[in-house]
Design a protein around this ligand. Structure first.
Ligand code: SF4
Length: 611
């Protein structure tokens, strides 16, 4: 089948067995790959309301039709499972050589089931699947784990690992790659750890099935060069994602002091210019000519690869403006295998809860040593770290005293580094992200602040969010590509059907992908409904702090401004209307049938009511 290997590898860690399964062309074109494959498999195979950290959960490692093909930024793989952080469907993507090695081994996805009896490395070498002991590296951080694996397998293998946070099932533990990338914010590392799976090593030697391989090779080579040329011209990679920090500070969108503030005069000390000046090394994902992994040295002289999100949340959000100190928190998160965004949100919330008297403790904003210590407690689930390992929502429920109002999360996932006190569209984007408050689904913020009346709650913003979700969360997450050429360099989205067609032999246009994107979003919502039959529209609301007049800035460009409940609710309703969802935010039966999900609709009615 051109475009896909047509095979899944199903692995049972309990019985230490595996089997190869085939899928049909119809399945491939209905779900495309990556997130599409993952959500369909998990929705079909997981019983309702299982423990996400029990052996019944399944970890999916999936690639897409353009994954691993030498073309701009195609080195990403999706990891997915039922999320321990949100309780719904969870996933994430990361740059790794697993992407091309898995396809060369002959698989479009690995479905990992059960739980190993002891710490295990899953080794896949073409048709050979082995379950190897991981005792030597169990308990080690991802840096030491990578060194150990490098020494045995060399740099050519595709490798995914977890650190201590994954082993101890911290609900926001990520999966890490040998290339130093992280993915799976909703606790995909915890699911891997719950299965006693320390690492996945993949090597393959077969050709990737393509309709026109020579044409794709030429096209990919030319486009990689062109993306590189544009990047050099625009100099985006000079600062990478950290280049957005001054803009966030200027427009009052930076998280400061657990999102209480939106800007800070010292923010320049951790901005992209300072990151570039401190640059010690540069890293990137496979098949990428705009490498954005800028490493700086932390306060202990260790290389730490920083992006805007971790800098924002481990820096200004904690009142820290010393780059090496911020880099040290970032290093610890990466080494423990903690998601930096969630970790920054949790640390900020805990310091805030102490400051406001909701709980007691010795963590203070601006004191890096306390935060370093706390990250260790979280990764090992010791002391207060055991509660904080479950995220801000769980901690707020335990602390009480109104702390849920300033727990900066949606659906249990901590908000990325954009303070939306007065940015309604981006607040909605966080609210309706089906995996929790992730910016990757719909990054409307620059468009909204720069090109629309910021105070507007108009339908156009809801439409823009749907448009962005279709591209970012649907198209990009299923064919699987990094969004940055498109977001940062203006690399046209129309390039992707060209790659898809050259690989599959089809003649699709962009419009052919939108129903598939909508189908994927609809199933993510059905997954949510199955887990939470009493769900309502308030699951799609951002935290109360953003609506609170007492939390409004007292000076600056948005002084006195805050989100308004009734207007937010009408913006949310616009989103539901455009999507064909009911007042709870669930696709209607008609919508499901239009998306070819009649069977899924019928199954859904066994546990909940559709409208
Ligand atoms: Fe990876 Fe950055 Fe390149 Fe995207 S731009 S593929 S995240 S290195």
């Amino acid at each position: 089948m051109d475009g896909w290997t047509g095979q899944f590898l199903r692995v049972d860690l309990t019985s230490r067995t595996h089997r190869v399964e085939t899928f049909t062309e119809e399945f491939a074109y209905r779900w495309i790959g990556g997130r599409g494959f993952a959500v369909k498999i998990l929705y079909d195979e997981l019983p309702p309301r299982i423990d996400p950290l029990g052996p019944e959960n399944k970890l999916i490692v999936a690639v897409g039709p353009i994954s691993g093909i030498p073309a701009p930024n195609t080195g990403k793989t999706v990891v997915a499972a039922k999320s321990p952080l949100t309780g719904g469907y969870g996933d994430g993507n990361l740059g790794t050589r697993v992407t091309d090695q898995l396809r060369k081994a002959g698989y479009d996805a690995i479905i990992i089931e059960g739980r190993a009896a002891q710490p295990t490395i899953l080794s896949i070498d073409d048709d050979t699947v082995e379950f190897l002991p991981a005792d030597e590296i169990w308990g080690t951080g991802t840096m030491a784990t990578n060194e150990w694996i490098w020494a045995r397998y060399g740099k050519g293998a595709g490798v995914l690992t977890i650190g201590q946070a994954g082993e101890n099932m911290v609900h926001y533990a990520t999966v890490r790659s040998l290339e130093g990338r992280s993915g799976g914010r909703p606790g995909m590392g915890a699911v891997m750890g719950s299965k006693l799976l320390k690492a996945i090593v993949v090597r393959g030697s077969k050709p990737i099935p393509q309709a026109f391989p020579a044409k794709m090779k030429e096209l990919g080579r030319d486009d990689l060069r062109e993306v590189h040329r544009i990047d050099k011209e625009l100099a985006w990679s000079v600062q990478g994602t950290t280049g957005v920090l001054p803009w966030c500070n200027e427009v009052a969108a930076l998280p400061v002091h657990n999102f209480r503030g939106t800007h800070h005069p010292d923010a320049w000390q951790v901005d992209g210019e300072r990151v570039n000046l401190a640059r010690a090394a540069l890293y990137g994902c496979p098949n990428c000519t705009m490498r954005c992994g800028i490493a700086v040295l932390d306060d202990e002289g260790r290389e730490s690869e920083v992006d805007y999100e971790p800098v924002g949340l481990l820096g200004p959000n904690l009142d820290l403006f010393n780059l090496p100190e911020v880099a040290s928190l970032n290093f610890l998160c990466d080494d423990y295998g903690l998601d930096t965004i969630c970790a920054g949100g949790v640390l900020g919330f805990y310091a805030d809860a102490i400051e406001r008297g909701a709980t007691q403790g010795d963590i203070r904003f601006g004191e890096v040593d306390g935060f370093k210590r706390l990250l260790g407690l979280i990764a090992r689930r010791e002391g207060i770290g055991d509660l904080l390992a479950n995220g801000t929502r769980a901690a707020a429920r335990a602390f009480g005293h109104g702390s849920e109002d300033y727990a900066m999360q949606v659906k249990g996932m901590e908000i990325s580094a954009y303070n939306c006190k007065f940015i309604p569209g981006m607040a909605l984007a966080f609210g309706v992200s089906p995996i929790g408050a992730h910016h990757k689904e719909s990054w409307i913020i620059t468009y909204e602040v720069n090109q629309t009346p910021r105070e507007s709650y108009g339908r156009d913003k809801a439409q823009k969010i749907v448009d962005l979700q279709r591209i970012r969360g649907g198209l990009f997450e299923s064919i699987i590509t990094c969004r940055f050429p498109w977001v940062e360099l203006g690399w046209g989205v129309e390039h992707y059907p060209v790659y898809f067609n050259t690989i599959t032999g089809k003649d699709w246009t962009l419009e052919d992908f939108w129903p598939i994107s909508d189908r994927i979003y609809a199933v993510m919502k059905l997954f949510w409904l199955r887990e939470f039959p009493d769900t309502d529209r308030y699951a799609d609301y951002p935290p109360a702090a953003w609506f609170d007049p007492a939390n409004a800035d007292t000076e600056g460009i948005i002084a006195g401004k805050h989100l308004e409940y009734d207007k937010y609710d009408s913006l949310l309703q616009h989103y539901y209307d455009i999507r064909g969802y009911d007042r709870r935010g669930i696709p209607t039966r008609t919508t499901l049938e239009q998306l070819g999900l009649g069977a899924e609709a019928a199954a859904a009615e066994a546990w909940a009511t559709l409208t």
